[in-house]
Design a protein. Structure first.
Length: 234
Protein backbone atom coordinates (compact mmCIF):
# COMPACT_ATOMS: atom_id res chain seq x y z
CA UNK A 1 0.00 0.00 0.00
CA UNK A 2 1.43 3.35 -1.04
CA UNK A 3 1.21 5.99 1.65
CA UNK A 4 1.31 9.78 1.76
CA UNK A 5 3.42 10.64 4.78
CA UNK A 6 3.80 13.96 6.57
CA UNK A 7 7.17 13.79 8.34
CA UNK A 8 8.52 16.55 10.58
CA UNK A 9 12.24 17.04 11.12
CA UNK A 10 12.93 15.25 7.84
CA UNK A 11 16.14 17.02 6.89
CA UNK A 12 18.73 15.23 9.00
CA UNK A 13 19.47 12.58 11.61
CA UNK A 14 16.64 10.20 12.47
CA UNK A 15 14.21 12.13 10.29
CA UNK A 16 16.44 11.75 7.23
CA UNK A 17 16.77 8.02 7.88
CA UNK A 18 12.99 7.69 8.15
CA UNK A 19 12.54 9.66 4.92
CA UNK A 20 15.02 7.38 3.14
CA UNK A 21 13.23 4.26 4.37
CA UNK A 22 9.86 5.63 3.27
CA UNK A 23 10.92 6.72 -0.20
CA UNK A 24 12.70 3.38 -0.73
CA UNK A 25 9.28 1.75 -0.25
CA UNK A 26 7.70 4.05 -2.81
CA UNK A 27 5.80 6.24 -0.36
CA UNK A 28 5.19 9.95 -0.93
CA UNK A 29 6.95 12.00 1.76
CA UNK A 30 6.08 15.59 2.67
CA UNK A 31 9.10 16.67 4.69
CA UNK A 32 8.67 19.61 7.06
CA UNK A 33 11.95 21.02 8.36
CA UNK A 34 14.33 23.94 8.33
CA UNK A 35 15.86 22.82 5.06
CA UNK A 36 19.29 24.05 3.98
CA UNK A 37 20.73 23.76 0.47
CA UNK A 38 22.92 20.88 1.65
CA UNK A 39 19.98 19.05 3.18
CA UNK A 40 17.93 19.48 0.02
CA UNK A 41 20.63 17.92 -2.15
CA UNK A 42 20.56 14.76 -0.05
CA UNK A 43 16.82 14.06 -0.23
CA UNK A 44 15.69 14.08 -3.83
CA UNK A 45 12.70 11.85 -3.17
CA UNK A 46 11.16 14.11 -0.52
CA UNK A 47 8.82 17.02 -1.15
CA UNK A 48 10.60 19.60 0.97
CA UNK A 49 8.55 22.15 2.91
CA UNK A 50 10.70 24.73 4.71
CA UNK A 51 9.10 25.83 7.96
CA UNK A 52 9.90 26.87 11.51
CA UNK A 53 7.86 24.30 13.42
CA UNK A 54 8.23 26.31 16.63
CA UNK A 55 5.96 28.95 15.06
CA UNK A 56 2.67 27.32 15.98
CA UNK A 57 0.37 29.62 14.01
CA UNK A 58 2.43 29.21 10.85
CA UNK A 59 2.65 25.45 11.38
CA UNK A 60 -1.08 25.16 11.92
CA UNK A 61 -1.89 27.02 8.70
CA UNK A 62 0.71 25.15 6.65
CA UNK A 63 -0.39 21.69 7.81
CA UNK A 64 -4.06 22.51 7.33
CA UNK A 65 -3.31 23.46 3.73
CA UNK A 66 -1.24 20.33 3.14
CA UNK A 67 -4.14 18.21 4.36
CA UNK A 68 -6.36 19.88 1.75
CA UNK A 69 -3.85 19.27 -1.03
CA UNK A 70 -2.66 15.73 -0.23
CA UNK A 71 -4.33 12.46 0.88
CA UNK A 72 -2.19 12.25 4.02
CA UNK A 73 -2.68 8.93 5.82
CA UNK A 74 0.52 8.79 7.89
CA UNK A 75 1.98 11.41 10.22
CA UNK A 76 5.40 10.96 11.84
CA UNK A 77 6.23 13.63 14.41
CA UNK A 78 10.01 13.50 14.65
CA UNK A 79 11.17 17.13 14.91
CA UNK A 80 12.76 18.29 18.14
CA UNK A 81 15.95 19.46 19.76
CA UNK A 82 18.04 18.36 22.71
CA UNK A 83 17.83 21.08 25.34
CA UNK A 84 19.75 19.20 28.01
CA UNK A 85 21.33 21.14 30.85
CA UNK A 86 20.74 21.82 34.55
CA UNK A 87 17.45 23.71 34.80
CA UNK A 88 19.09 26.57 36.69
CA UNK A 89 21.45 27.07 33.73
CA UNK A 90 18.61 27.39 31.23
CA UNK A 91 17.36 30.93 30.72
CA UNK A 92 13.72 31.42 31.68
CA UNK A 93 13.12 32.86 28.22
CA UNK A 94 14.38 29.60 26.62
CA UNK A 95 11.92 27.28 28.39
CA UNK A 96 8.88 28.33 26.35
CA UNK A 97 10.52 27.97 22.91
CA UNK A 98 11.93 24.56 23.85
CA UNK A 99 8.54 23.23 24.93
CA UNK A 100 7.01 24.90 21.89
CA UNK A 101 9.11 22.83 19.48
CA UNK A 102 9.41 19.59 21.43
CA UNK A 103 5.86 19.32 22.78
CA UNK A 104 3.39 21.90 21.49
CA UNK A 105 4.36 21.70 17.81
CA UNK A 106 3.78 17.92 17.47
CA UNK A 107 0.36 18.34 19.09
CA UNK A 108 -0.54 21.15 16.69
CA UNK A 109 0.48 19.05 13.68
CA UNK A 110 -1.46 16.04 15.01
CA UNK A 111 -4.54 18.18 15.61
CA UNK A 112 -4.57 19.62 12.11
CA UNK A 113 -4.21 16.14 10.58
CA UNK A 114 -6.80 14.44 12.77
CA UNK A 115 -9.80 14.76 10.48
CA UNK A 116 -7.81 13.55 7.47
CA UNK A 117 -6.50 10.54 9.41
CA UNK A 118 -9.96 9.59 10.69
CA UNK A 119 -11.25 9.30 7.14
CA UNK A 120 -8.38 7.22 5.75
CA UNK A 121 -8.89 3.48 5.24
CA UNK A 122 -5.80 2.94 7.42
CA UNK A 123 -3.84 5.72 9.12
CA UNK A 124 -0.82 5.92 11.40
CA UNK A 125 0.21 8.63 13.83
CA UNK A 126 3.72 8.09 15.20
CA UNK A 127 5.41 10.26 17.82
CA UNK A 128 9.15 10.29 18.40
CA UNK A 129 9.73 9.89 22.11
CA UNK A 130 12.96 9.14 23.93
CA UNK A 131 14.35 7.14 26.81
CA UNK A 132 13.86 10.47 28.59
CA UNK A 133 10.11 9.85 28.32
CA UNK A 134 10.48 6.71 30.42
CA UNK A 135 12.91 7.86 33.10
CA UNK A 136 14.02 11.38 33.93
CA UNK A 137 17.78 11.82 33.97
CA UNK A 138 20.31 14.26 35.33
CA UNK A 139 20.21 17.59 33.48
CA UNK A 140 17.19 16.42 31.51
CA UNK A 141 14.31 18.12 33.29
CA UNK A 142 13.23 20.32 30.38
CA UNK A 143 13.73 17.67 27.69
CA UNK A 144 12.02 15.00 29.81
CA UNK A 145 9.09 17.32 30.49
CA UNK A 146 8.42 17.50 26.75
CA UNK A 147 8.98 13.80 26.06
CA UNK A 148 6.87 12.67 29.05
CA UNK A 149 4.17 14.97 27.67
CA UNK A 150 4.36 13.40 24.22
CA UNK A 151 4.09 9.94 25.72
CA UNK A 152 0.94 10.93 27.59
CA UNK A 153 -0.51 12.51 24.46
CA UNK A 154 0.14 9.35 22.44
CA UNK A 155 -1.57 7.22 25.08
CA UNK A 156 -4.60 9.54 25.20
CA UNK A 157 -4.91 9.77 21.42
CA UNK A 158 -4.71 5.99 21.18
CA UNK A 159 -7.96 5.89 23.17
CA UNK A 160 -9.57 8.84 21.37
CA UNK A 161 -8.99 7.25 17.96
CA UNK A 162 -9.85 3.68 18.94
CA UNK A 163 -13.06 3.85 16.93
CA UNK A 164 -11.22 4.69 13.71
CA UNK A 165 -8.52 2.67 11.98
CA UNK A 166 -5.85 5.10 13.20
CA UNK A 167 -2.82 3.44 14.74
CA UNK A 168 -1.15 5.69 17.34
CA UNK A 169 2.29 4.81 18.61
CA UNK A 170 5.48 6.28 20.01
CA UNK A 171 9.09 5.21 19.51
CA UNK A 172 11.61 5.75 22.32
CA UNK A 173 15.22 5.72 21.06
CA UNK A 174 18.22 5.59 23.31
CA UNK A 175 21.41 7.41 22.35
CA UNK A 176 21.63 7.65 18.58
CA UNK A 177 24.73 8.80 16.74
CA UNK A 178 23.45 11.95 14.99
CA UNK A 179 24.07 15.70 15.15
CA UNK A 180 21.75 15.76 18.19
CA UNK A 181 24.90 15.86 20.32
CA UNK A 182 26.68 18.65 18.40
CA UNK A 183 25.64 21.37 20.86
CA UNK A 184 25.96 19.21 23.99
CA UNK A 185 29.00 18.58 26.18
CA UNK A 186 28.65 14.79 25.97
CA UNK A 187 28.15 12.15 23.29
CA UNK A 188 27.90 8.37 22.96
CA UNK A 189 31.07 6.36 23.49
CA UNK A 190 33.21 5.62 20.46
CA UNK A 191 32.40 1.89 20.12
CA UNK A 192 29.66 0.95 17.68
CA UNK A 193 27.75 -0.80 20.50
CA UNK A 194 27.55 2.49 22.45
CA UNK A 195 24.94 4.12 20.22
CA UNK A 196 22.18 3.35 17.78
CA UNK A 197 22.33 4.37 14.15
CA UNK A 198 19.52 6.53 12.82
CA UNK A 199 18.55 3.62 10.58
CA UNK A 200 17.83 1.49 13.67
CA UNK A 201 15.18 3.97 14.79
CA UNK A 202 13.76 4.24 11.27
CA UNK A 203 13.38 0.45 11.24
CA UNK A 204 11.33 0.64 14.45
CA UNK A 205 9.04 3.22 12.86
CA UNK A 206 8.63 1.02 9.78
CA UNK A 207 7.60 -1.91 12.00
CA UNK A 208 4.76 0.23 13.38
CA UNK A 209 3.61 1.09 9.87
CA UNK A 210 3.77 -2.59 8.89
CA UNK A 211 1.51 -3.79 11.70
CA UNK A 212 -1.73 -5.48 10.70
CA UNK A 213 -4.93 -3.46 10.95
CA UNK A 214 -6.00 -5.53 13.97
CA UNK A 215 -2.72 -4.96 15.86
CA UNK A 216 -1.56 -1.64 17.25
CA UNK A 217 1.99 -1.28 18.53
CA UNK A 218 1.69 1.31 21.29
CA UNK A 219 5.36 1.81 22.15
CA UNK A 220 8.77 0.63 20.98
CA UNK A 221 11.92 1.17 23.03
CA UNK A 222 15.18 0.88 21.07
CA UNK A 223 18.43 0.99 23.05
CA UNK A 224 22.11 0.58 22.21
CA UNK A 225 23.57 -2.68 23.43
CA UNK A 226 25.91 -0.79 25.81
CA UNK A 227 24.90 2.56 27.28
CA UNK A 228 28.22 4.45 27.40
CA UNK A 229 28.44 8.23 27.64
CA UNK A 230 31.64 10.13 26.83
CA UNK A 231 32.37 13.69 27.93
CA UNK A 232 33.70 15.93 25.20
CA UNK A 233 37.07 17.61 25.79
CA UNK A 234 36.68 21.11 27.18
Amino acid sequence: MSRTVLLTGASRGIGAAIATALTARGHTVLGLARWSNTDAAEHEGVQRIAIDLADLDLTSRAVRELCKQHPIDTVILNAGRGDIAPLENIASSAIGPSLMLNLASPLVVARECMNRLRHADRADLVFMGSESALQGGKQGSLYSAAKFGLRGAAQALRLELAGANVHVGIVHPGMTRTDFFDALDFEPGSDDAHALHAEDVAQAVMSMLDSDDRAIIDEIVVKPRQNVVARKPR
